[in-house]
Design a protein around this ligand. Structure first.
Ligand code: PEP
Ligand code: MN
Length: 364
């Protein structure tokens, strides 16, 4: 069921001077000096409208730096006053909400470890309800669009309408160069389900290292994401948390300069050409489907023939030879080995099913 969300457009509460909109700041507030030095530099970047800093840090194991706590909120008040930036902190329970609100924090964010738990989201939402404050909702650690959307719906039903989703990747037990697998299909599905909800991308937690960040940012905007939440530290090598993924404000400036913002649509001439190419694709797809159907009919005929002669369905030698031949032919035509293999496997699976149906049917 498609949800109906009541979302206040972001342009009404966070007008952009320059695109894309950026929330930037250190993973953690560590000292007043570090916070102020970072904020002053970030404030010079026109895209940066919001300063982020973790005050209460969720750490995987106890004993690690768990944030400076309440005193850090005063430093953020100084950031507001001296730089004009809005400020945001992560809240993980109603007490955090209360203290952040008491200190006039502009935007609250709910982290990935909290969004997984509907009880926590409800409790936090109830503590915020009645305050007309924007809330940023990171995706849950697990790749589940429903939990993410559920958290957003929960807050929306409590009357909170200034909402932003943040895609920070998913914890995934698989070897990958990313700290948190981007699985772009999930934020894309969220966009489909909630088209009026802005989605920002957090390349820092997706990548886990600086090297992958530029390409991830470009990809985010090529996929029509609406902004960035990125970790920036005045001196990343000295950071107390997430050291490898933080970039300096100067580095952020450089990345934003290199970013190519493509348009969704490109005028009449562009649309006409695109239309012509799309109708060519439509024709080719029609042919493709026709060929696949004809191929399946032949497979079925073979099935009938095998049945009449009491021959098994799976003929591994023939299949291996065929796969080899088709891959070679595909590669010659500029198609990748992986693509051909995937395609053939799918065709083969359907063919086997057809032949099983023939064997099981009452007809001779
Ligand atoms: C963070 O932004 O520093 C953070 C802890 O993020 P996440 O909840 O996405 O892990
Ligand atoms: Mn972090």
């Amino acid at each position: 069921m498609t949800p109906v969300l009541n979302i206040t457009p972001i342009s009404e509460w966070l007008p952009a001077q320059a695109l894309p909109l950026v929330i930037a700041g250190p993973c953690s507030a560590e000292s007043e000096q570090q916070v102020m030095d970072t904020a002053r530099e970030l404030a010079m970047i026109p895209q940066v409208k919001v300063f982020r800093a973790g005050i209460w840090k969720p750490r995987t194991r106890p004993g690690a730096f768990e944030g400076v706590g309440k005193p850090g909120l005063k430093w953020l008040q100084r950031v507001q006053k001296e730089t004009g930036l809005l400020v945001t902190v992560e809240v993980a329970n109603p007490k955090h909400v209360e203290e952040a609100l008491e200190h006039g924090i502009d935007i609250l964010w709910i982290g990935a470890r909290t969004v997984v738990n509907p009880f926590s989201v409800q409790e936090i939402g109830e503590a915020i309800a009645g305050h007309d404050i924007p809330v940023v909702i990171k995706n849950p650690l697990n790749p589940d669009v429903k939990t993410w959307l559920g958290a957003i719906e929960r807050l929306n039903q409590l009357g909170l309408t200034k909402l932003v989703a943040v895609h920070r990747g998913f914890s995934f037990f698989n070897r990958s160069p990313y700290r948190n697998a981007p699985m772009w299909e999930i934020p894309i599905e969220l966009k489909r389900l909630a088209p009026n909800l802005p989605i920002f991308v957090d390349p820092s937690h997706i990548c886990g290292n600086r090297e992958l960040i530029p390409a991830t940012i470009q990809k985010a905007f090529d996929l029509e994401m609406n902004g960035l939440m990125i970790e920036s530290h005045i001196s990343p090598s000295k950071a107390l948390t997430d050291k490898n993924q933080q970039i300096t404000p100067a580095h952020l400036t450089e990345l934003l300069l290199k970013l190519i913002l493509r348009r969704e649509s490109g005028g009449v001439e562009f649309e006409n050409k695109l239309e012509a190419l799309r109708s060519e694709i439509d024709k080719l797809d029609e042919e493709l489907i026709d060929i696949l159907a004809r191929r399946m009919n032949v497979v079925q005929e073979i099935g009938t023939y095998k049945k009449a002669n009491k021959i098994t369905i799976l003929q591994l030698k023939r299949w291996n030879q065929l796969t080899q031949d088709r891959i070679e032919a595909g590669i010659k035509m500029g198609l990748s080995r992986e693509f051909i293999l995937k395609l053939l496997e799918s065709v083969h699976e359907e063919g086997i099913q057809r032949q099983i149906d023939v064997m099981n049917s009452d007809e001779p």
